[in-house]
Structures are given as C-alpha cells and as structure tokens.
Design a protein around this ligand. Structure first.
Ligand SMILES: [Zn+2]
Length: 146
C-alpha cells in the first residue's frame, strides 16, 4: 500500500508549526519525542548547540513586534518561526534553508529555524529591545549599502 505523501507532509507541517508555539503542549518530553521523530539527531544537536551558545536573539521592536535572529559562525540570519505576512511558512534566510529546503527539498528544516523554535518553546531566547535607530541600521544593512 503506497504511503500518502501529501498526508505525511501535512502532518509534518502541522508538527513543525506547533514546535515554536509555547502553548501547544506543556510536556517537554512529548516535545523532544516529536523533535526526534521529525528531525535527524545531527540537526537537533546543532540546534541545541546554537541555543547553548546564546545565539538565538529575540529583538523586540518599540511597537511590540518580535523579530528573531540567529548568530551563525560566519553570518547572522533572520528567522521567521511563525506563519505571517512576511512568510507563508516558517522560514530562515540562510543558504542551507534556501538550497536544502526550498530548492531541493532534501531537508525540511535548517538548524537556525529549529534552534529558534526550541528556544521559544524553552524560553531560551536572548531578549533585546530595538530602538528606532537600530532598526534604521538593520534596514540599511539588509538592503545593501551600495
Ligand atoms: Zn537557517
């Protein structure tokens, strides 16, 4: 009997979206079981490594919007762990996500996105408040200076 791939994908998507939701389950044991079911041990360990290095930053804007950044070894990435008008699905700006998840479909998650979701769930994000000045600097950095 063939496996219904669409059904499995829907299940995965629903599970992935619930990962970053602090209210989806109170039981962290269940949570880690879900992680192990969905992702490779290598990816989970890489995500926890980022959290242990305090690399998952939650920036709060003056108007109450949260933006997530992960400090990578060579670059910093913006992560959108929730569905929003910015992103129809959870999303990360790193090359691994673009090539592994979006283009080839060989991965369903990158370590930054997973780390952000786990950090939200476990309240392990580093909190920073952004001023309007910070935002202007970030905006000019993201659009390029030239
Ligand atoms: Zn990433």
């Amino acid at each position: 009997m063939p496996v219904d791939v669409g059904f499995v994908l829907n299940l995965e998507n629903a599970a992935i979206e619930s990962l970053g939701d602090p209210t989806s389950t109170d039981d962290l044991d269940d949570y880690f079981e879900t992680l192990q079911f969905l992702f490779s041990e290598r990816l989970i360990l890489a995500a926890f490594d980022l959290i242990d290095r305090e690399s998952v930053i939650r920036f709060k804007t003056p108007w109450g919007y949260n933006q997530y950044h992960v400090l990578g070894s060579t670059a910093n990435y913006t992560v959108f762990p929730f569905r929003s008008h910015h992103s129809p699905t959870p999303y990360c700006t790193c090359p691994a996500f673009t090539y592994g998840v979006l283009l080839s479909g060989s991965e369903i998650m990158c370590k930054h996105l997973l780390a952000t979701m786990i950090a939200i769930k476990m309240s392990r994000c580093i909190e920073r408040t952004l001023s309007l000045n910070d935002l202007a600097i970030m905006a000019s950095a993201e659009t390029g200076s030239g």
